[in-house]
Design a protein around this ligand. Structure first.
Ligand SMILES: CC(C)(COP(=O)(O)OP(=O)(O)OC[C@H]1O[C@@H](n2cnc3c(N)ncnc32)[C@H](O)[C@@H]1OP(=O)(O)O)[C@@H](O)C(=O)NCCC(=O)NCCS
Length: 148
């Protein structure tokens, strides 16, 4: 399996996001992403599996506390469980370390079981749970972090 990671554009990341059933939402536009990341340092990655776009990652310096925030990540259904997420996260770790960041932070939901499995396996710790309104536990956001 030949996985390549390239730094890319929000347009390309959004194009892939549209094909990920769990993440595709009408409000996920370039304007939304630009507003979310603001002028903060950001990283947009595309993963290619055998030269086909297979997944994406968007991260930015959200907290300005020395950590890098992995905001969005997704892999197309047909390319799952082949190490695409692992490769994206490895690239992000290396890039963030080189830039001087000391950790990675992210939020996911209880219902994202594949992501939680990855995070536990690859050294993240549970830091906090956010519950909004009358959400059911599956929707609670789980804040995870690890040191680089
Ligand atoms: C979560 C997601 C990005 C994983 O991508 P992937 O490329 O399939 O992940 P990888 O192949 O790199 O797997 C890495 C590890 O994650 C865990 N994992 C991934 N999919 C899993 C599954 N279906 N069941 C159990 N563990 C799983 C495993 O620990 C795996 O390591 P292993 O294969 O050595 O056992 C993908 O399932 C996805 O896009 N899901 C929908 C969107 C989403 O939840 N995004 C995260 C939002 S925060």
């Amino acid at each position: 399996m030949d996985i390549t990671i390239k730094e890319s554009t929000l347009d390309e990341a959004i194009r892939i996001n549209k094909q990920i059933p769990e993440l595709e939402e009408p409000h996920f536009t370039k304007a939304y992403c630009e507003q979310k990341c603001g002028s903060k340092e950001k990283l947009v990655l595309i993963a290619y599996l055998n030269k086909e776009p297979a997944g994406y990652l968007i991260g930015f310096d959200h907290h300005e506390d020395g950590s890098f925030y992995c905001w969005m990540v997704g892999v197309l259904l047909k390319f799952r469980r082949k190490g695409v997420l692992t490769s994206l996260m490895q690239y992000q770790d290396k890039w963030a370390k080189k830039k001087g960041y000391t950790g990675i932070r992210l939020k996911t939901r209880n219902k994202r079981r594949e992501m939680l499995a990855y995070l536990v396996k690859y050294g993240f710790s549970f830091a906090r749970v956010i519950k909004k309104g009358h959400e059911t536990p599956e929707e609670y956001r789980i804040c995870m972090e690890k040191k680089l």
